[in-house]
Ligand binder design. Structure first.
Ligand code: FRU
Length: 481
Protein backbone atom coordinates (compact mmCIF):
# COMPACT_ATOMS: atom_id res chain seq x y z
CA UNK A 1 0.00 0.00 0.00
CA UNK A 2 2.80 2.35 0.96
CA UNK A 3 4.61 1.70 -2.29
CA UNK A 4 1.41 2.30 -4.23
CA UNK A 5 0.81 5.66 -2.54
CA UNK A 6 4.40 6.67 -3.05
CA UNK A 7 4.35 5.89 -6.79
CA UNK A 8 1.08 7.72 -7.29
CA UNK A 9 2.44 10.74 -5.46
CA UNK A 10 5.59 10.73 -7.56
CA UNK A 11 3.52 10.58 -10.74
CA UNK A 12 1.40 13.53 -9.59
CA UNK A 13 4.57 15.43 -8.83
CA UNK A 14 5.93 14.69 -12.29
CA UNK A 15 2.75 16.13 -13.81
CA UNK A 16 3.06 19.26 -11.69
CA UNK A 17 6.76 19.71 -12.34
CA UNK A 18 6.48 19.60 -16.09
CA UNK A 19 2.93 20.87 -16.63
CA UNK A 20 3.89 24.26 -18.01
CA UNK A 21 6.60 22.90 -20.23
CA UNK A 22 4.39 20.14 -21.60
CA UNK A 23 1.40 22.37 -22.16
CA UNK A 24 3.33 25.11 -23.90
CA UNK A 25 4.76 22.68 -26.47
CA UNK A 26 3.60 23.71 -29.92
CA UNK A 27 3.28 20.06 -30.92
CA UNK A 28 0.64 19.33 -28.25
CA UNK A 29 -2.32 17.93 -30.11
CA UNK A 30 -5.65 19.76 -30.08
CA UNK A 31 -8.12 16.88 -30.21
CA UNK A 32 -6.17 13.68 -29.59
CA UNK A 33 -5.46 11.99 -26.27
CA UNK A 34 -1.93 12.40 -24.93
CA UNK A 35 -0.10 11.71 -21.68
CA UNK A 36 -0.06 14.66 -19.25
CA UNK A 37 3.70 14.10 -19.04
CA UNK A 38 6.07 11.27 -20.00
CA UNK A 39 5.43 8.42 -22.39
CA UNK A 40 2.13 6.95 -23.54
CA UNK A 41 1.91 3.72 -25.45
CA UNK A 42 -0.83 1.11 -25.90
CA UNK A 43 -4.53 1.75 -25.38
CA UNK A 44 -5.72 -0.54 -22.57
CA UNK A 45 -9.03 -1.53 -20.99
CA UNK A 46 -11.15 0.24 -23.59
CA UNK A 47 -14.72 -0.30 -22.41
CA UNK A 48 -18.16 1.27 -22.12
CA UNK A 49 -19.17 1.08 -18.46
CA UNK A 50 -22.05 2.74 -16.60
CA UNK A 51 -22.64 5.40 -19.22
CA UNK A 52 -19.05 6.32 -19.96
CA UNK A 53 -16.29 5.22 -22.27
CA UNK A 54 -13.16 4.37 -20.34
CA UNK A 55 -9.80 4.33 -22.00
CA UNK A 56 -6.71 3.42 -20.05
CA UNK A 57 -3.23 3.69 -21.44
CA UNK A 58 0.30 2.44 -20.89
CA UNK A 59 2.06 5.28 -19.16
CA UNK A 60 5.53 6.07 -17.93
CA UNK A 61 5.01 9.36 -16.08
CA UNK A 62 8.68 9.75 -15.21
CA UNK A 63 10.47 9.53 -18.53
CA UNK A 64 9.89 9.75 -22.24
CA UNK A 65 11.32 6.25 -22.56
CA UNK A 66 9.71 2.91 -21.75
CA UNK A 67 9.87 1.69 -18.16
CA UNK A 68 7.70 0.42 -15.32
CA UNK A 69 4.31 1.28 -16.79
CA UNK A 70 1.28 2.62 -14.98
CA UNK A 71 -2.26 2.51 -16.32
CA UNK A 72 -3.30 6.11 -16.95
CA UNK A 73 -7.03 6.69 -17.23
CA UNK A 74 -9.32 8.82 -19.38
CA UNK A 75 -13.10 8.65 -19.56
CA UNK A 76 -15.76 10.30 -21.69
CA UNK A 77 -19.51 10.26 -22.14
CA UNK A 78 -19.28 10.96 -25.86
CA UNK A 79 -15.80 10.03 -27.16
CA UNK A 80 -15.06 13.74 -27.61
CA UNK A 81 -14.77 15.42 -24.21
CA UNK A 82 -12.31 13.36 -22.19
CA UNK A 83 -11.52 13.69 -18.54
CA UNK A 84 -8.20 12.56 -17.11
CA UNK A 85 -8.49 10.61 -13.87
CA UNK A 86 -6.45 9.38 -11.02
CA UNK A 87 -4.04 6.58 -11.96
CA UNK A 88 -5.85 3.24 -12.32
CA UNK A 89 -2.90 0.93 -11.71
CA UNK A 90 0.60 1.57 -10.38
CA UNK A 91 3.46 -0.97 -10.58
CA UNK A 92 3.61 -1.39 -6.83
CA UNK A 93 3.31 -5.13 -6.18
CA UNK A 94 5.71 -8.05 -6.40
CA UNK A 95 3.81 -9.36 -9.45
CA UNK A 96 3.91 -6.10 -11.44
CA UNK A 97 6.87 -4.23 -10.00
CA UNK A 98 8.42 -3.62 -13.42
CA UNK A 99 5.23 -2.59 -15.10
CA UNK A 100 1.47 -2.97 -15.22
CA UNK A 101 1.60 -3.98 -18.85
CA UNK A 102 -1.20 -4.00 -21.40
CA UNK A 103 -4.56 -5.61 -20.95
CA UNK A 104 -8.30 -5.19 -21.22
CA UNK A 105 -11.52 -4.54 -19.29
CA UNK A 106 -14.83 -6.32 -19.03
CA UNK A 107 -18.05 -5.60 -17.18
CA UNK A 108 -19.52 -8.41 -15.10
CA UNK A 109 -22.36 -8.24 -12.57
CA UNK A 110 -22.18 -4.46 -12.49
CA UNK A 111 -18.45 -4.35 -11.73
CA UNK A 112 -15.55 -3.48 -13.95
CA UNK A 113 -12.74 -6.03 -14.16
CA UNK A 114 -9.31 -5.25 -15.52
CA UNK A 115 -6.90 -7.91 -16.74
CA UNK A 116 -3.30 -6.96 -17.32
CA UNK A 117 0.18 -8.38 -17.40
CA UNK A 118 2.41 -7.93 -14.40
CA UNK A 119 5.91 -7.52 -15.75
CA UNK A 120 8.68 -8.59 -13.38
CA UNK A 121 12.42 -8.63 -13.71
CA UNK A 122 13.64 -11.19 -11.21
CA UNK A 123 16.87 -11.06 -9.26
CA UNK A 124 18.73 -12.77 -12.13
CA UNK A 125 17.54 -10.04 -14.47
CA UNK A 126 15.13 -12.44 -16.19
CA UNK A 127 11.61 -11.60 -17.28
CA UNK A 128 8.57 -13.04 -15.51
CA UNK A 129 4.98 -12.45 -16.57
CA UNK A 130 1.81 -12.74 -14.51
CA UNK A 131 -1.74 -12.16 -15.62
CA UNK A 132 -3.39 -10.05 -12.96
CA UNK A 133 -6.99 -9.06 -12.23
CA UNK A 134 -8.23 -5.83 -10.67
CA UNK A 135 -11.79 -4.86 -9.88
CA UNK A 136 -13.79 -1.67 -9.49
CA UNK A 137 -17.34 -0.84 -8.45
CA UNK A 138 -17.41 2.65 -9.93
CA UNK A 139 -14.92 2.41 -12.80
CA UNK A 140 -12.54 4.88 -11.18
CA UNK A 141 -10.81 3.17 -8.27
CA UNK A 142 -9.41 -0.29 -8.68
CA UNK A 143 -8.38 -2.99 -6.30
CA UNK A 144 -5.85 -5.50 -7.47
CA UNK A 145 -6.98 -9.07 -6.87
CA UNK A 146 -3.61 -10.65 -7.54
CA UNK A 147 -2.34 -13.16 -10.07
CA UNK A 148 -4.95 -15.24 -11.92
CA UNK A 149 -2.64 -16.93 -14.39
CA UNK A 150 0.99 -17.97 -14.64
CA UNK A 151 2.81 -18.81 -17.85
CA UNK A 152 2.16 -22.42 -18.95
CA UNK A 153 5.42 -24.28 -19.49
CA UNK A 154 5.26 -24.42 -23.29
CA UNK A 155 5.73 -20.65 -23.66
CA UNK A 156 8.53 -18.21 -22.89
CA UNK A 157 8.04 -15.31 -20.49
CA UNK A 158 6.98 -13.20 -23.48
CA UNK A 159 3.42 -13.87 -22.54
CA UNK A 160 1.21 -10.83 -22.16
CA UNK A 161 -1.62 -8.45 -23.09
CA UNK A 162 -4.74 -10.41 -22.04
CA UNK A 163 -7.91 -9.49 -23.91
CA UNK A 164 -11.05 -10.85 -22.28
CA UNK A 165 -14.54 -11.24 -23.78
CA UNK A 166 -17.69 -13.26 -23.25
CA UNK A 167 -18.95 -15.81 -25.74
CA UNK A 168 -22.11 -17.76 -25.00
CA UNK A 169 -21.80 -18.58 -21.29
CA UNK A 170 -18.07 -18.51 -21.00
CA UNK A 171 -15.36 -15.91 -20.59
CA UNK A 172 -12.40 -16.17 -22.93
CA UNK A 173 -8.98 -14.61 -22.79
CA UNK A 174 -6.48 -14.38 -25.63
CA UNK A 175 -2.84 -13.74 -24.84
CA UNK A 176 0.08 -12.67 -27.03
CA UNK A 177 2.75 -15.30 -26.60
CA UNK A 178 5.98 -16.78 -27.79
CA UNK A 179 6.72 -20.49 -28.17
CA UNK A 180 9.94 -22.00 -26.85
CA UNK A 181 11.10 -21.97 -30.51
CA UNK A 182 10.71 -18.19 -30.43
CA UNK A 183 7.68 -17.93 -32.68
CA UNK A 184 4.64 -15.73 -32.11
CA UNK A 185 1.34 -17.21 -30.92
CA UNK A 186 -2.15 -16.21 -29.86
CA UNK A 187 -3.18 -18.42 -26.94
CA UNK A 188 -6.73 -19.01 -25.70
CA UNK A 189 -7.99 -19.52 -22.13
CA UNK A 190 -11.50 -19.89 -20.75
CA UNK A 191 -13.16 -19.25 -17.42
CA UNK A 192 -16.61 -19.43 -15.86
CA UNK A 193 -15.94 -16.88 -13.15
CA UNK A 194 -13.06 -14.66 -14.41
CA UNK A 195 -10.84 -16.01 -11.62
CA UNK A 196 -10.00 -19.57 -12.62
CA UNK A 197 -8.62 -19.83 -16.11
CA UNK A 198 -8.17 -22.97 -18.14
CA UNK A 199 -5.47 -23.15 -20.81
CA UNK A 200 -7.08 -24.22 -24.11
CA UNK A 201 -4.01 -23.74 -26.30
CA UNK A 202 -2.75 -21.67 -29.25
CA UNK A 203 -5.44 -20.70 -31.76
CA UNK A 204 -3.07 -19.23 -34.35
CA UNK A 205 0.65 -18.79 -34.67
CA UNK A 206 3.58 -17.71 -36.77
CA UNK A 207 4.24 -21.33 -37.74
CA UNK A 208 0.67 -22.60 -37.74
CA UNK A 209 -1.22 -23.00 -41.03
CA UNK A 210 -1.61 -21.09 -43.29
CA UNK A 211 1.48 -19.23 -42.08
CA UNK A 212 5.05 -20.41 -42.43
CA UNK A 213 7.18 -17.89 -40.61
CA UNK A 214 5.34 -14.95 -39.24
CA UNK A 215 7.28 -13.31 -36.47
CA UNK A 216 9.00 -14.11 -33.18
CA UNK A 217 6.36 -12.53 -30.96
CA UNK A 218 2.69 -11.57 -31.27
CA UNK A 219 1.64 -8.68 -29.08
CA UNK A 220 -1.77 -7.31 -28.13
CA UNK A 221 -4.17 -9.86 -29.68
CA UNK A 222 -7.89 -9.04 -29.84
CA UNK A 223 -10.65 -11.37 -31.03
CA UNK A 224 -13.84 -9.79 -32.37
CA UNK A 225 -16.86 -10.87 -34.39
CA UNK A 226 -18.24 -8.81 -37.26
CA UNK A 227 -20.87 -9.93 -39.77
CA UNK A 228 -20.71 -13.47 -38.45
CA UNK A 229 -16.98 -13.74 -39.07
CA UNK A 230 -14.24 -13.77 -36.48
CA UNK A 231 -11.32 -11.39 -36.70
CA UNK A 232 -8.04 -11.73 -34.85
CA UNK A 233 -6.27 -8.41 -34.53
CA UNK A 234 -2.64 -8.55 -33.44
CA UNK A 235 0.71 -6.79 -33.50
CA UNK A 236 3.32 -9.24 -34.76
CA UNK A 237 7.03 -8.56 -34.36
CA UNK A 238 9.73 -9.88 -36.66
CA UNK A 239 8.19 -9.54 -40.14
CA UNK A 240 10.59 -8.65 -42.94
CA UNK A 241 9.58 -5.94 -45.42
CA UNK A 242 7.99 -7.34 -48.61
CA UNK A 243 7.84 -4.60 -51.23
CA UNK A 244 5.35 -2.03 -49.98
CA UNK A 245 4.24 -4.26 -47.10
CA UNK A 246 5.62 -4.38 -43.55
CA UNK A 247 7.78 -1.30 -43.99
CA UNK A 248 7.67 -0.27 -40.33
CA UNK A 249 9.73 -1.92 -37.63
CA UNK A 250 6.61 -3.61 -36.22
CA UNK A 251 3.17 -4.16 -37.71
CA UNK A 252 -0.44 -4.16 -36.61
CA UNK A 253 -3.03 -6.04 -38.60
CA UNK A 254 -5.62 -8.78 -38.69
CA UNK A 255 -6.74 -12.16 -39.92
CA UNK A 256 -10.35 -12.87 -40.86
CA UNK A 257 -11.60 -16.38 -40.23
CA UNK A 258 -13.54 -18.65 -37.92
CA UNK A 259 -12.68 -19.38 -34.33
CA UNK A 260 -13.53 -22.90 -33.23
CA UNK A 261 -13.66 -22.46 -29.46
CA UNK A 262 -13.71 -26.23 -28.87
CA UNK A 263 -10.65 -27.33 -30.79
CA UNK A 264 -9.46 -24.57 -30.24
CA UNK A 265 -8.36 -23.24 -33.61
CA UNK A 266 -8.69 -20.07 -35.57
CA UNK A 267 -8.84 -20.90 -39.26
CA UNK A 268 -7.93 -17.80 -41.12
CA UNK A 269 -6.89 -16.06 -44.31
CA UNK A 270 -3.84 -13.94 -44.94
CA UNK A 271 -2.64 -11.13 -42.69
CA UNK A 272 -3.71 -7.63 -43.63
CA UNK A 273 -2.09 -4.52 -42.23
CA UNK A 274 -4.48 -2.20 -40.44
CA UNK A 275 -2.47 0.86 -41.25
CA UNK A 276 -0.30 1.91 -44.20
CA UNK A 277 1.41 4.88 -42.57
CA UNK A 278 4.26 5.26 -40.13
CA UNK A 279 2.99 5.29 -36.55
CA UNK A 280 0.30 2.86 -35.58
CA UNK A 281 0.52 -0.05 -33.15
CA UNK A 282 -1.19 -2.19 -30.51
CA UNK A 283 -4.82 -1.28 -31.32
CA UNK A 284 -7.62 -2.37 -29.02
CA UNK A 285 -11.35 -2.59 -29.63
CA UNK A 286 -14.54 -2.62 -27.61
CA UNK A 287 -18.23 -3.06 -28.31
CA UNK A 288 -20.24 -0.04 -27.19
CA UNK A 289 -23.88 0.25 -26.11
CA UNK A 290 -24.89 1.13 -29.67
CA UNK A 291 -23.44 -2.15 -30.90
CA UNK A 292 -20.52 -0.47 -32.61
CA UNK A 293 -17.06 -2.05 -32.67
CA UNK A 294 -14.78 0.83 -31.77
CA UNK A 295 -11.01 0.92 -31.88
CA UNK A 296 -8.20 3.07 -30.57
CA UNK A 297 -4.61 2.54 -31.66
CA UNK A 298 -1.36 3.86 -30.31
CA UNK A 299 -0.24 6.66 -32.62
CA UNK A 300 3.33 5.51 -32.14
CA UNK A 301 5.65 2.58 -32.61
CA UNK A 302 8.00 0.95 -30.11
CA UNK A 303 11.74 1.29 -30.60
CA UNK A 304 11.27 3.11 -33.88
CA UNK A 305 13.55 6.15 -33.43
CA UNK A 306 11.44 7.21 -30.49
CA UNK A 307 14.25 9.32 -29.06
CA UNK A 308 14.00 11.62 -32.09
CA UNK A 309 10.44 12.83 -31.59
CA UNK A 310 10.88 16.56 -30.90
CA UNK A 311 8.24 16.49 -28.14
CA UNK A 312 10.64 14.79 -25.75
CA UNK A 313 12.28 18.17 -25.20
CA UNK A 314 8.97 19.15 -23.64
CA UNK A 315 8.83 15.95 -21.54
CA UNK A 316 6.12 14.07 -23.34
CA UNK A 317 5.85 11.61 -26.23
CA UNK A 318 3.16 9.83 -28.28
CA UNK A 319 -0.62 9.96 -28.50
CA UNK A 320 -3.70 7.91 -29.27
CA UNK A 321 -5.29 7.75 -32.69
CA UNK A 322 -8.79 9.07 -33.12
CA UNK A 323 -11.49 6.60 -32.12
CA UNK A 324 -12.53 4.63 -35.20
CA UNK A 325 -15.47 2.40 -35.95
CA UNK A 326 -14.70 -0.96 -37.51
CA UNK A 327 -16.90 -2.71 -40.05
CA UNK A 328 -16.24 -5.77 -42.15
CA UNK A 329 -16.96 -5.57 -45.86
CA UNK A 330 -16.33 -8.95 -47.43
CA UNK A 331 -13.09 -9.93 -45.75
CA UNK A 332 -11.82 -6.41 -45.36
CA UNK A 333 -11.87 -4.29 -42.24
CA UNK A 334 -12.92 -0.71 -42.80
CA UNK A 335 -12.02 1.97 -40.30
CA UNK A 336 -14.03 5.14 -40.11
CA UNK A 337 -13.57 8.01 -37.70
CA UNK A 338 -16.52 7.80 -35.29
CA UNK A 339 -19.43 10.03 -36.24
CA UNK A 340 -19.20 11.92 -32.93
CA UNK A 341 -16.08 13.59 -34.35
CA UNK A 342 -18.38 15.73 -36.49
CA UNK A 343 -19.09 17.74 -33.35
CA UNK A 344 -15.52 19.04 -33.51
CA UNK A 345 -16.36 20.84 -36.74
CA UNK A 346 -16.37 24.63 -36.63
CA UNK A 347 -16.27 26.59 -39.85
CA UNK A 348 -17.07 24.82 -43.09
CA UNK A 349 -15.54 25.51 -46.50
CA UNK A 350 -16.83 23.84 -49.61
CA UNK A 351 -15.55 23.84 -53.18
CA UNK A 352 -17.62 21.85 -55.65
CA UNK A 353 -16.55 20.47 -59.01
CA UNK A 354 -13.08 21.89 -59.03
CA UNK A 355 -10.77 21.10 -61.92
CA UNK A 356 -7.31 20.89 -60.41
CA UNK A 357 -4.29 21.79 -62.52
CA UNK A 358 -0.60 21.03 -62.33
CA UNK A 359 -0.13 24.37 -60.57
CA UNK A 360 -0.48 24.03 -56.82
CA UNK A 361 -3.76 25.56 -55.79
CA UNK A 362 -4.93 26.44 -52.32
CA UNK A 363 -8.44 27.27 -51.23
CA UNK A 364 -9.56 29.90 -48.78
CA UNK A 365 -10.17 28.37 -45.37
CA UNK A 366 -8.43 25.08 -46.17
CA UNK A 367 -5.32 25.65 -44.15
CA UNK A 368 -4.06 25.49 -40.60
CA UNK A 369 -3.26 22.79 -38.13
CA UNK A 370 -6.61 21.44 -36.90
CA UNK A 371 -8.57 20.49 -39.93
CA UNK A 372 -10.75 17.82 -41.50
CA UNK A 373 -10.51 17.69 -45.27
CA UNK A 374 -12.78 15.57 -47.44
CA UNK A 375 -12.12 15.17 -51.14
CA UNK A 376 -14.31 13.22 -53.55
CA UNK A 377 -13.77 12.40 -57.21
CA UNK A 378 -16.79 12.55 -59.50
CA UNK A 379 -15.46 9.70 -61.64
CA UNK A 380 -12.30 7.61 -61.93
CA UNK A 381 -9.41 9.95 -62.58
CA UNK A 382 -6.49 9.10 -64.87
CA UNK A 383 -3.26 10.76 -63.84
CA UNK A 384 -1.69 11.97 -60.64
CA UNK A 385 -2.88 14.11 -57.79
CA UNK A 386 -0.78 15.62 -55.02
CA UNK A 387 -2.01 17.14 -51.79
CA UNK A 388 0.76 19.11 -50.15
CA UNK A 389 0.31 19.50 -46.40
CA UNK A 390 2.11 22.18 -44.42
CA UNK A 391 5.41 21.55 -46.25
CA UNK A 392 5.73 18.37 -44.21
CA UNK A 393 3.62 15.74 -45.90
CA UNK A 394 2.29 14.82 -49.29
CA UNK A 395 -0.61 12.57 -50.19
CA UNK A 396 -0.12 11.33 -53.75
CA UNK A 397 -2.42 9.26 -55.91
CA UNK A 398 -0.99 7.72 -59.05
CA UNK A 399 -3.82 6.22 -61.10
CA UNK A 400 -1.68 4.11 -63.42
CA UNK A 401 -0.06 2.12 -60.63
CA UNK A 402 -3.11 2.60 -58.37
CA UNK A 403 -0.68 3.55 -55.65
CA UNK A 404 -1.62 5.86 -52.87
CA UNK A 405 1.48 7.30 -51.24
CA UNK A 406 2.11 9.22 -48.08
CA UNK A 407 5.38 11.10 -47.95
CA UNK A 408 6.61 13.00 -44.96
CA UNK A 409 9.64 14.83 -43.75
CA UNK A 410 11.45 12.59 -41.28
CA UNK A 411 11.41 13.72 -37.67
CA UNK A 412 14.93 12.39 -37.25
CA UNK A 413 16.71 15.05 -39.30
CA UNK A 414 13.74 17.20 -40.36
CA UNK A 415 14.95 16.75 -43.92
CA UNK A 416 14.88 13.21 -45.32
CA UNK A 417 11.69 12.31 -47.16
CA UNK A 418 10.15 8.98 -46.13
CA UNK A 419 7.29 7.26 -47.90
CA UNK A 420 4.71 4.54 -47.44
CA UNK A 421 2.43 3.13 -50.11
CA UNK A 422 -0.72 1.18 -50.57
CA UNK A 423 -2.47 -0.14 -53.64
CA UNK A 424 -6.09 0.96 -53.93
CA UNK A 425 -8.75 -0.07 -56.43
CA UNK A 426 -9.39 3.39 -57.77
CA UNK A 427 -9.84 6.60 -55.87
CA UNK A 428 -13.26 7.59 -54.63
CA UNK A 429 -12.57 9.77 -51.65
CA UNK A 430 -9.99 10.85 -49.11
CA UNK A 431 -10.66 12.09 -45.61
CA UNK A 432 -7.77 13.69 -43.76
CA UNK A 433 -7.74 14.58 -40.09
CA UNK A 434 -4.93 16.97 -39.37
CA UNK A 435 -3.90 17.92 -35.88
CA UNK A 436 -0.95 20.08 -34.87
CA UNK A 437 1.49 17.16 -35.20
CA UNK A 438 -0.49 14.24 -36.59
CA UNK A 439 -2.18 13.13 -39.75
CA UNK A 440 -4.77 10.40 -40.25
CA UNK A 441 -5.76 9.67 -43.82
CA UNK A 442 -8.84 7.54 -44.54
CA UNK A 443 -8.98 6.30 -48.12
CA UNK A 444 -12.22 5.28 -49.89
CA UNK A 445 -14.45 5.40 -46.81
CA UNK A 446 -11.83 3.78 -44.60
CA UNK A 447 -10.79 0.85 -46.80
CA UNK A 448 -7.20 1.93 -46.12
CA UNK A 449 -5.76 4.19 -43.46
CA UNK A 450 -2.43 5.97 -43.13
CA UNK A 451 -1.48 7.27 -39.69
CA UNK A 452 1.58 9.40 -38.98
CA UNK A 453 3.17 12.05 -36.82
CA UNK A 454 4.41 15.14 -38.62
CA UNK A 455 6.20 18.08 -37.06
CA UNK A 456 5.74 21.16 -39.25
CA UNK A 457 6.77 24.62 -38.15
CA UNK A 458 4.00 26.73 -36.70
CA UNK A 459 4.03 29.16 -39.65
CA UNK A 460 3.65 26.36 -42.21
CA UNK A 461 -0.12 26.34 -42.56
CA UNK A 462 -0.72 25.93 -46.27
CA UNK A 463 -2.44 22.99 -47.88
CA UNK A 464 -2.43 22.85 -51.65
CA UNK A 465 -3.78 20.57 -54.35
CA UNK A 466 -2.59 19.77 -57.85
CA UNK A 467 -3.43 17.17 -60.48
CA UNK A 468 -2.86 16.44 -64.14
CA UNK A 469 -6.30 15.02 -64.77
CA UNK A 470 -9.55 16.69 -65.83
CA UNK A 471 -11.92 14.89 -63.49
CA UNK A 472 -13.71 17.40 -61.26
CA UNK A 473 -13.24 16.95 -57.53
CA UNK A 474 -15.18 18.38 -54.62
CA UNK A 475 -13.34 19.48 -51.53
CA UNK A 476 -14.89 20.19 -48.16
CA UNK A 477 -13.00 21.23 -45.09
CA UNK A 478 -13.84 22.04 -41.51
CA UNK A 479 -11.69 23.72 -38.94
CA UNK A 480 -11.73 21.61 -35.79
CA UNK A 481 -11.87 22.79 -32.25
C1 FRU B 1 3.13 -3.22 -26.98
C2 FRU B 1 3.73 -3.66 -25.65
C3 FRU B 1 2.91 -4.74 -25.00
C4 FRU B 1 3.25 -4.58 -23.55
C5 FRU B 1 3.34 -3.09 -23.42
C6 FRU B 1 4.35 -2.57 -22.44
O1 FRU B 1 3.52 -1.94 -27.33
O2 FRU B 1 5.06 -4.04 -25.81
O3 FRU B 1 3.18 -6.04 -25.49
O4 FRU B 1 2.28 -5.12 -22.71
O5 FRU B 1 3.66 -2.59 -24.71
O6 FRU B 1 4.24 -1.20 -22.30
Amino acid sequence: MERDKQLRKQAEEAIDTYREQVESDRYRLNYHLMPPVGLLNDPNGFVYFKGRYHLFYQWNPFQTTHGAKFWGHYSSADLIEWEHHEIALAPSDWFDKNGCYSGSAIEHDGKLYLFYTGNVKNKHGERESYQVMAVSEDGFTFEKQGVVLEVPEQYTAHFRDPKVWKHENMFYMVIGAQSKQQTGLAVLFCSKDLKNWEHLGPIAGAHMKPLADFGYMWECPDVITLNGKDVLILSPQGLEPEGILYNNLYQAGYFVGTLDYQKPLFEHEQFVELDRGFEFYAPQTTLDSKGRRLMFGWLGLPEEREEHHPTIQAHWIHAMTLPRELTLVGDKLYQRPVEELKTLRQEEFRYENVILTTDEQSFEGIEGESLEVFLTCSSQPKGDMIIQIRQHAQVIYHSESKLLTLKRVSFVDNQTIEERHCRVEGLENLRIYLDSSSLELFVNDGAEVFTARIYPNAHEKTISFSADWDVPVSISAWTLS
